[in-house]
Design a protein around this ligand. Structure first.
Ligand SMILES: Cc1cc2nc3c(=O)[nH]c(=O)nc-3n(C[C@H](O)[C@H](O)[C@H](O)COP(=O)(O)OP(=O)(O)OC[C@H]3O[C@@H](n4cnc5c(N)ncnc54)[C@H](O)[C@@H]3O)c2cc1C
Length: 420
């Protein structure tokens, strides 16, 4: 074997896995089609949810990200029709972090390439897979341009090559597509002022969503996620439609006097794609190659970091000792269920239906009940299993609490009598 592991794609997922495997003493080929170490993904909002903080710290990425100018968001205020929901101070919801990809991707590539055992090969595009007679994936065929082809072999091949994964296509892995009924655009401002609670805000309108968050380097990122029935408005005059949307946000950011420092960035269609994370013997998929979720709840970067770390954790020992790799890949698939559960919920949210009665009750309770607000924040940050919010006790507490408050308000009104 040329390597213990071949990783295809040197972005968030690939660099994380390569760094972890290298630290475990394995020989890793990290292949990236782009030639420049500065290459980065442009279509990404780079807001990394708090549930990923542990992995970023364990991997030693958190501090270098801060050094590069990342912004940390400790408490996101969420606007709903019932009012603002904010996690109470001291509620131990892990902070989110944001570093623009033109800094994040090169940083991770640099950390991976400096890890002993990791060979970062830029300008290496995977064009085919090698498999044995039993159908196990045993290597890749790469090109550096022109007609030349090289074959590399390893016990494990990892597809970290994004939502259009060439590796998955070459391995004939089944894809499960789901529609996304929202589109999205964002831009960055210097000198914007936030007016909502917390150090960032999200607006949960009936079907449309918007965000205002710190993006690092003193910039504020403002993003809108309208439903697709508003597409004509944005197609006619995107800039005006965007400004109008932001101006109408309750307690929205003050942008008068702020300088917009980028064009509008976004996409009008981004379907959700899911693939089995351990689809064939000798093959694993991580990051978007396994699950490309709706971008609206900002989960993808976190999933990329976390799935990569889980894969390395599950398989490093088997790869080191020549142990049970199929068993280790099954353990990875089990760990990935955390993502699968959230992705199933995310797919429903991506249909952009108005909130149902339970969602409305929970949001209403979150405005005045600190425990519900904490649970909403833990769920939103993907910092615990979905059951932290989606359980019968939370629903009962929300419904009963809201009814009590309504009765108390009516009682108060009765006591004070009608206004003259
Ligand atoms: C509009 C939009 C906004 C988003 N905003 C957020 C957000 O705010 N927060 C968040 O958490 N997530 C966000 N995401 C999701 C996030 O961008 C992705 O989940 C994340 O980039 C996935 O990382 P990855 O490493 O799996 O894949 P990618 O970052 O896509 O990297 C794949 C890598 O593989 C390489 N590659 C591909 N094919 C080959 C090949 N054949 N050979 C060699 N190399 C190859 C590519 O060049 C690339 O470097 C957003 C996504 C979109 C579309």
């Amino acid at each position: 074997m040329d390597y213990d592991v071949i990783i295809v794609g040197a972005s968030l997922a690939g660099c994380t896995a390569a760094t972890a495997y290298g630290r475990a003493g394995l020989r890793v080929a990290l292949l990236e089609r782009h030639r420049s170490p500065q290459a980065h993904k442009t279509l990404c909002g780079h807001f990394i949810l708090g549930g990923t903080q542990d992995v970023l710290r364990q991997m030693g990425f958190w501090q270098p990200m801060l050094t590069q100018g990342a912004a940390v968001t400790t408490g996101l205020g969420a606007w709903s029709r019932s009012g603002w929901i904010a996690p109470p101070p001291g509620s131990a919801v892990p902070a989110a972090i944001s570093l623009r990809r033109h800094k994040l991707d090169p940083l991770l590539r640099d950390l991976a390439s400096r890890t002993p055992g990791v060979d970062l090969m830029l300008g290496h595009r995977v064009v085919d897979l090698v498999e044995d007679a039993a159908g196990a994936i045993t290597g890749v065929v790469v090109t550096t341009g022109g007609a030349n082809r090289t074959t590399l072999r390893a016990r494990l091949v990892v597809g970290a090559d994004g939502h259009r994964s060439t590796v998955a296509r070459l391995a004939a892995v089944a894809e499960d597509h789901a529609p996304n009924n929202r589109f999205l655009f964002w831009t960055y401002y210097e000198g914007a002022t936030m007016n909502g609670p917390g150090d960032g805000q999200v607006w949960l309108m009936d079907r449309d969503i918007a965000v205002c968050i710190r993006a690092g380097d003193g910039l504020t990122q403002v993003g809108v996620f309208p439903t697709k029935d508003r597409l004509p408005e944005f197609t006619n005059d995107r800039a005006t439609a965007f400004s109008r949307f932001v101006e109408r946000l309750p307690d929205g950011p003050s942008l008068a006097g702020a300088r917009q420092v980028s064009n509008l960035i976004g996409t009008t269609d981004y379907p959700c794609i899911r693939r089995d994370p351990a689809p064939r013997p000798g093959l694993a998929l991580i990051g978007d190659a396994a699950t490309a979720s709706d971008p609206v709840p900002a989960v993808g970067c976190g999933w990329a970091f976390r799935s990569a770390a889980w894969l390395a954790e599950a398989t490093a020992e088997a790869l080191t000792n020549g142990g049970d790799l199929p068993g280790a890949l099954r353990a990875y698939r089990r760990a990935h269920r955390f993502i699968d559960k959230y992705d199933a919920l995310g797919r429903r949210e991506a249909l952009a239906k108005p909130p149902n009665a339970i969602q409305r009750a929970v949001r209403t309770a979150g405005v005045s009940d600190p425990e519900i607000a904490r649970r909403i924040a833990m769920f939103s940050m993907r910092a615990a299993e979905p059951s932290v919010l989606l359980n019968p006790k939370v629903v009962i507490r929300s419904v009963v609490g809201t009814q009590r408050r309504r009765l108390a308000l009516r009682g108060g009104a009765a006591l004070t009598g009608p206004r003259r």
